[in-house]
Design a protein around this ligand. Structure first.
Ligand SMILES: Nc1ncnc2c1ncn2[C@@H]1O[C@H](COP(=O)(O)OP(=O)(O)OP(=O)(O)O)[C@@H](O)[C@H]1O
Ligand SMILES: [Mg+2]
Length: 226
């Protein structure tokens, strides 16, 4: 059985102005199985968002090999990467990245339109997801009129619209109160199990980290399986 993701010997360097450079990972390896739930914890600045950007094909400047569904992505061109990203990966960014000119509903349906789904069907599914996340009443508002937690829920709905194979969530409950956070985590776990989706999430919340099948800590530039 091929894993959904196989990363081997990953290194990532940022060039800093003092020409010292910053190296975040030390030959890091990571496998993500199909239909699995993975959590990553680690201190601020250790490279969690950077790792998610690499996994989500948003950053291709790294050393090491990355295989997605058995295919090496290192040498793929931008079109190939975009197609995989749109069809197979749902991303909840730490700072949401909603498009401010579009309404809540339009933000959620956009990835479905790029994926060439019928607008009537995708709109219905988007409304269902917005309802699941308790935010349907705000579907015609612009994201900058929403609270941080509400924007987070819109980003969550958007990540699920194409029923991806993988969801990457960077602090998906970071801006929410405990009850809402619990609801969202439980909803995600049920949703990914029902749709055979793998979920990888970064969290600072130990209780949520424990809910995963595979629990990692990013520490000293390595991923440690707990
Ligand atoms: N484009 C960039 N250029 C230079 N340095 C960067 C860049 N992006 C991230 N870094 C640095 O890489 C380190 C890791 O950043 P990253 O955002 O991945 O941390 P994180 O683990 O997600 O932290 P947090 O828990 O605060 O979100 C930080 O020191 C950051 O300053
Ligand atoms: Mg981060």
């Amino acid at each position: 059985m091929i894993n959904l993701i196989e990363i081997s010997n990953l290194n990532k360097k940022f060039n800093l102005s003092n020409d010292q450079g910053l190296s975040l990972f030390d030959n890091l390896n990571l496998s993500i199985a199909n239909n699995s739930i993975t959590s990553i914890v680690g201190p601020s600045g250790c490279g969690k968002s950077t790792l998610l950007n690499i996994l989500g094909l948003l950053d291709s400047k790294f050393d090491g090999q990355y295989m997605f569904e058995g295919k090496i992505i290192n040498n793929m061109n931008n079109n190939q990467l975009s197609r995989i990203r749109n069809q197979k990966i749902g991303f909840i960014h730490q700072f949401f990245h909603l498009i401010s000119e579009l309404s809540v509903l339009e933000n959620v349906i956009l990835p479905g339109l790029i994926n060439r789904n019928k607008i009537s069907i995708i709109t219905k599914e988007a409304c269902k997801l917005l309802d699941d996340f308790g935010i349907l009443a705000k579907k015609n508002m612009k994201p900058n009129k929403l609270s941080g937690g509400e924007q987070q829920r819109v980003a969550s709905a958007r990540s699920l619209i194409n029923k991806p194979d993988l969801i990457l969530a960077d602090e998906m409950t970071g801006n929410l109160d405990e009850d809402t956070s619990d609801d969202i985590i439980n909803f995600f776990i049920k949703f990914v199990k029902n749709h055979n989706i793998s979920l990888l999430f970064v969290t600072h919340n130990q209780k949520y980290a424990e809910m995963a099948n595979f629990k990692y800590e990013l520490k000293n530039k390595k991923l440690i399986l707990k």
